[in-house]
Design a protein. Structure first.
Length: 426
């Protein structure tokens, strides 16, 4: 390879092309005249008068304003390529390594405004695409048939292997039994709760009706030990309504000045009263069964409010062959299938204040939503904080990428050259 081909290669692959603010200066020996390839015709007014492609005689330094020079396309005699092949390769290199602003400015645009536009479009596009995929393709309705198909393929492979007298196990397709009926109960169905959506909160009208169902039906056996009257303010009732409901109950307080305990009306700071004074009294009143506290029942059960609603509506006649113990009721969603609690919700068992239809399904839906709120009272606040966090994190991420891009541009594109000191002549 001749010296001029070496110069051309150094120019084409120079690191200074990574940043438009850097220029390249090459030190070459004196050139007696301008050399051009015979296959590249030059005309007057073209290369002879182009300061970017002309070398002056006797010049020791040659400054390039463009990284590719047509007069530097010198074909080496030792090369095995023909002149026409060399010209094609040089033309492709010139087109690929063009020094236009669109290619030298960087991957994010020619200036900061283009970079900001690119980041904004990318962030919005990725967010929209992610939401669209999660709500249209990657949802339960579309993934359930896929899982069923995988299970059918697994059964087919196992049956085929069994016919051939082999035993086979497929680790990539494990059997997923969230619940088995004899031991853990039937898996509850999924209901379309509005508060499960990203931009929606609890239905507070439903929470108010759910508290009414709890107070008139469930409170006779179950307690809400972790819910105070003040927690209802601004969620299901106003402050005056909560004070009125709390005043209907009496709480033991004291001691007074004489050291005696006394009874007083309830206040907003008091917790909701228990139906039984202790666990022994609760078991004695319910044939040995202990009614659990419902403060965190949704959080404590697999399926959460889906399980609560399915359990309240899941009372059926026991199937053939199922031995139901005395005093128990058949419910396939309860572990073991036999539950001590009788069915409590029927049509028109509660009269709603707002005129909502009071069928059993509506009652179960409202009280399940209310018990979901008692388990996650911070649900709405967490969603608000999550939206603020996403907005702030997106801005900080964009600033971080911008800072990294321009902070490291000089470091990545710099070129370090070692120049040995001149040895003084003796």
């Amino acid at each position: 390879m001749c010296m001029y081909c070496t110069v051309f290669k150094a120019i084409c692959y120079s690191p200074t092309r990574r940043h438009p603010s850097l220029s390249l200066s090459l030190s070459l020996p004196s050139l007696p005249h301008t050399r051009t390839h015979p296959a590249l015709p030059t005309t007057k007014g073209d290369d002879d008068h182009n300061p970017r492609t002309t070398h002056k005689q006797g010049s020791s330094n040659m400054s390039w304003s463009r990284p590719i020079c047509r007069t530097a396309l010198i074909h080496s005699p030792s090369s095995s390529l023909s002149p026409s092949s060399t010209i094609k390769m040089m033309s492709m290199s010139m087109r690929r390594y063009s020094a236009s602003p669109s290619t030298t400015a960087g991957p994010f645009g020619a200036n900061r405004q283009d970079a900001w536009k690119w980041f904004a479009k990318t962030t919005i596009g990725c967010s929209i695409a992610g939401l669209a995929l999660s709500f249209t393709i990657l949802n339960d309705a579309n993934l359930a048939p896929l899982y069923d198909k995988m299970q059918s393929i697994k059964k087919l492979v196992k049956s085929t292997a069994k016919d051939w007298g082999m035993s086979i196990s497929i680790p990539l397709l494990p059997e997923a039994h969230a619940f088995s009926l004899p031991d853990h109960g039937l898996h509850p169905p999924h209901y379309p709760w509005d508060h499960h959506k990203l931009w929606l909160s609890y239905d507070h009208a439903s929470l108010r009706r759910g508290y009414q169902v709890y107070r008139e039906v469930c409170a006779a056996c179950h307690s809400l030990e972790r819910i105070a009257w003040r927690n209802l303010v601004g969620v299901t009732h106003t402050e005056n309504e909560a004070k009125t409901m709390a005043a209907e109950y009496e709480y033991e307080d004291g001691p007074n000045d004489r050291g005696e305990m006394f009874m007083r009306s309830g206040k907003l700071s008091d917790y909701m009263p228990k139906p039984y004074p202790n666990e022994e009294a609760a078991r004695a009143a319910n044939a040995g069964a202990y009614p659990p506290d419902l403060s965190c029942i949704a959080r404590a059960r697999h399926g959460e409010e889906d399980y609560v609603m399915a359990l309240l509506l899941g009372y059926y006649d026991p199937p053939a062959g199922f031995k139901l113990p005395e005093g128990k009721h058949y419910n396939p969603y309860f572990p073991g299938g036999a539950i001590s609690m009788a069915r409590a919700l029927y049509d028109e068992v509660v009269d709603y204040e707002d005129g909502t239809p009071n069928n059993a399904s509506q009652l179960a839906k409202d009280v399940s939503a209310f018990l979901a709120w008692t388990s996650y009272p911070e649900h709405d606040e967490r969603k608000k904080m999550g939206m603020k966090t996403i907005v702030i994190a997106s801005v900080l991420m964009g600033l971080s990428i911008w800072w990294k891009r321009f902070k490291w541009a000089y470091i990545k594109s710099r070129k370090i050259v070692f120049k040995p000191p001149k040895v003084p002549e003796v």
